[in-house]
Design a protein around this ligand. Structure first.
Ligand code: ADP
Length: 262
């Protein structure tokens, strides 16, 4: 009975949140539709000089709607995260073979593991998933082959940088995936985190990879940033908060701690 109560309270909270978001979302859609109608009327009247204002209003509303979906996505991740102290270097090393096979022989894979890398507290399968997704995106961006670099580093984020990167100041473990592929235009990188945004042919992309990574990073108390320009390749950096403790399985008594009886 207690479990049921907890469950129904949780559902109520989810309902309130999604209800609120749906309401906000609907308001934004109304704004977009309204702007487009005004735009159509101006064009029909031949008053082309006045169109820019309505386009700008629609774009602003669309951006805010996208930000809302990010929040919703971050929330929906929350239930499923099971964070554990994690050594990202080891996780990368464990994935290396799989990544190598996935990207194929035309892509040269380099891994640069920082010495003395801090641990972080994340859900390991989700981080593996994120890393694999980033490598798949890199592969797709290098149809002719190229270089894929997976790099880790300890990263101290000061206040100014924190503001810039929309993070809290503090210590982070950085996991960075760099490719020498096509890169993204400003338009594409602005929308890359939007759920269902894809530039790939139907059936080739879902447009969910980066939005899920975004949700995962935010939910883990971190951040994800893209640096990309057309023809220059792409760098995606995941910032994951430092955990001042041993990683699971790193020392006796940690991973092998007996599980609690119910
Ligand atoms: P998907 O890969 O299914 O399209 P994502 O959310 O992972 O979905 O990526 C969204 C879009 O961002 C891609 O369709 C692509 O246009 C762009 N993108 C992502 N990663 C890269 C990359 N490494 N290089 C170039 N473009 C990229």
């Amino acid at each position: 009975a207690e479990e049921q109560l907890r469950q129904s309270q949780k559902m109520e909270a989810v309902g309130q949140l999604t209800g609120g978001l749906a309401h906000d979302f609907n308001n934004l859609l109304t704004g977009i539709t309204g702007s487009l109608e005004l735009l159509r009327a101006r064009i029909a009247q031949g008053r082309h000089g006045e169109t820019e204002r309505f386009i700008a209003a629609a774009m602003r509303a669309a951006d805010r709607a996208a930000a809302l979906t990010h929040r919703l996505l971050a929330f929906s991740r929350r239930q499923t995260l099971d964070p554990k102290p994690t050594d990202v270097n080891r996780l990368v090393a464990d994935m290396e073979e799989l990544v190598r096979r996935t990207v194929g022989p035309s892509v040269t894979l380099d891994t640069v593991a920082a010495e003395g890398l801090w641990n972080t507290l994340v859900d390991p399968p989700q981080l593996e998933n994120a890393l694999l997704n980033l490598c798949l995106n890199a592969r797709d961006a290098m149809p002719e082959g190229g270089r894929l670099t997976i790099q880790t580093a300890n990263c101290v984020v000061d206040r100014r940088t924190a503001r810039e990167r929309e993070l809290s100041a503090g210590d982070y473990v950085m996991l960075r995936v760099t490719d020498t592929g096509t890169g993204m235009s400003a338009e594409v990188s602005a929308r890359a985190f939007d759920p269902f945004f894809t530039t790939k042919p139907i059936g080739m992309g879902t447009g969910l990879g980066l939005s899920m990574i975004y949700g995962f990073a935010r939910q883990s108390g971190g951040q994800v940033r893209i640096a990309s320009s057309p023809g220059q390749g792409t760098t995606v950096s995941l910032y994951l908060p430092r955990h001042r403790g041993k990683a699971s399985g790193e020392a006796a008594g940690d991973a092998t701690a007996p599980s609690q009886a119910p």
